[in-house]
Design a protein around this ligand. Structure first.
Ligand SMILES: NC(=O)c1ccc[n+]([C@@H]2O[C@H](COP(=O)([O-])OP(=O)(O)OC[C@H]3O[C@@H](n4cnc5c(N)ncnc54)[C@H](OP(=O)(O)O)[C@@H]3O)[C@@H](O)[C@H]2O)c1
Length: 313
């Protein structure tokens, strides 16, 4: 019997409705029901988590949250006075007292001795490395502008791409030592997925981290599988020291956001949008054309530069 147009449309409508229902249920499951498996990284004696760029913003709040969850903590920053204050803040948190250490390294410098940094922790049971350090550095000019030097731009690339890459390379042998599950996280940005003007050093570096996560996961899985895994966190707007937008549902405070970051670390996923309202935004973005998204991003950047008193070409 031939299918009528009405039957065909009803069939297509049914499939679309089922697909949406599946996506909504999957969303609820992933963000609100699925238990976190973060505790699997709390094995062995005295497990440690390393968090870079933890003297402020998302890194600082994530370090605090991981301490509350039972990890000993190693934080990284560039300003020793600021970093030591964060160490004191963490140690003052209620609950059982654990070890909190730190190291100082300017992540945009060519002089970082990654081997020396890793060597001082080689006897510790490190099960978690959160590569959080990074920043957009708000450059209002094009890359060929005389307002920045080659060294300035290379600094952006070191900060957002090379520092996490080399730090991971030098910490991996320590993470492998205890032979239990270990996780390396890379804090990315949704700016790597949409075109935003004046982020021509930052956003491509964040795209590198996304692909690096996939390649490193493949490295550990094939031939002799190991218990090391990698997660790429896709971050939207968060109110922090470098992004001083007022906090709203879609721009959470770093404190609120870090709770979701820690939940994401226990998600078992290889790439994840930690904060549910950002996930909703990204679904919405799929319905907009690339041109519309670009125009909106450009307008937002212009306004941000104006607010910060930066002249744009
Ligand atoms: N906030 C957002 O809207 C947003 C959106 C997407 C992705 N992200 C990503 O989230 C991560 C954290 O950002 P955030 O918003 O929390 O920024 P933040 O509040 O500015 O904190 C950045 C941290 O990195 C440190 N840092 C910056 N440059 C450094 C350098 N050259 N050497 C050593 N340490 C350095 C800062 O140290 P000081 O305390 O000394 O400044 C601070 O501890 C970054 O990877 C960023 O790209 C943020």
């Amino acid at each position: 019997m031939p299918i009528t147009a009405t039957q065909l449309l009803t069939g297509i409508g049914g499939i679309v409705a089922l697909s949406y229902a599946y996506q909504i249920l999957n969303f609820i499951w992933k963000y609100f029901i699925r238990p976190s498996n973060l505790s699997k990284y709390l094995h062995g004696s005295e497990p440690y988590a390393v968090i870079t760029g933890a003297s402020d913003g998302i890194g600082k709040e994530t370090a605090k949250e991981l301490y509350r969850k039972g990890f000993n903590i190693i934080i990284h920053g560039r300003n020793e006075v600021k970093v030591r204050k964060v160490v004191e803040e963490i140690l003052a948190l209620p609950g059982p007292s654990r070890d909190v250490r730190y190291f100082i390294a300017p992540a945009d410098s060519a002089e970082v001795d990654f081997e020396r940094i890793a060597r001082q922790y080689e006897d510790l049971n490190i099960t978690l490395l959160v590569n959080n350090v990074g920043g957009g550095r708000e450059r209002p000019d094009r890359i060929d502008s005389k307002n920045h030097t080659d060294e300035d731009l290379l600094g952006d690339i070191r900060l957002n791409m090379l520092f996490p890459f080399y730090l991971t390379r030098h910490f991996l042998p320590i993470l492998r030592k205890h032979k239990g599950p270990a996780l390396v996280a890379f804090v990315g940005s949704i700016s790597a997925e949409i075109s935003i003007p004046r982020l021509s050093t930052y956003a491509p570096c964040k795209a590198f981290l996304a692909q690096l996560t996939r390649c490193l996961n493949a490295d550990e899985r094939w031939w002799t599988p190991t218990q090391i895994s990698f997660i790429h966190l896709r971050v939207g707007a968060v109110n922090s020291n470098s992004f001083r937008e007022p906090s709203t549902l879609f721009v959470p405070t770093a404190e609120r956001f870090s709770k979701w970051v820690v939940r994401a670390l226990g998600s078992g996923e290889a790439t994840f949008l930690p904060y549910p309202p950002h996930a909703i935004q990204m679904v919405g973005a799929k319905f907009a054309s690339e041109g519309m998204m670009e125009a909106h991003a450009a307008e937002t950047m212009k306004k941000q530069f104006e607010r910060n008193g930066k002249k744009t070409e």
